[in-house]
Design a protein around this ligand. Sequence first.
Ligand SMILES: [Fe+2]
Ligand SMILES: [Fe+2]
Length: 197
Amino acid sequence: MINYIDRMADSLVDVLKYSQTEVEWPEPADLKPNDGVKPEWFYPAIENAEYSEISSILQYTQQEALFDEIGELMLGIALVEMKHFASVRDAIVALGGKLPQPFDNKNIKLGTNASEALILAAQAEIETIKFYKSIKTYLIETTDSVNITRQLLTKLIADETLHLKMINDRLKNIIGDEKEYNDIIKNKLPQINLYFS
Ligand SMILES: [Fe+2]
Ligand SMILES: [Fe+2]
């Protein structure tokens, strides 16, 4: 008899390597309106075309379908982005905000081969990290909601940093040639090393 629960548990453990498990999730439902955190700060994480959680879900799941050699990596990361989306959405609702409308996804960039797909994904992760770091600078009051939000952002940034590392490792591996890889970094991802310290 097939033990589906066991299979599911195995798959889940596999998926967990795409999330930084040392940094824990806070409970976004404990956030409160008018407690030092504005829901609008998070709206771009739902609706921005370059770095929102929705655009990364759409980008990575389509890249998974198109480029077999990076399929597992992209789907694994996309599953974590779905969890991110759910947490940001819960935070917006708990803070008394209104969920932005679904956006037009036809400009999502996928690339024409696995290397291009990885470069685009790395660029998206960098923009996402920058965005979440920018919200941290708005947190000046000392309230429960501010503390929860800081933890939420720390978790999101930790996961996106892990994604960036995994995407970069794969890119290096696929390119193979060191000079070619260094040229790509210089031209397309000049800031990448700032995120690995
Ligand atoms: Fe994310
Ligand atoms: Fe990510």
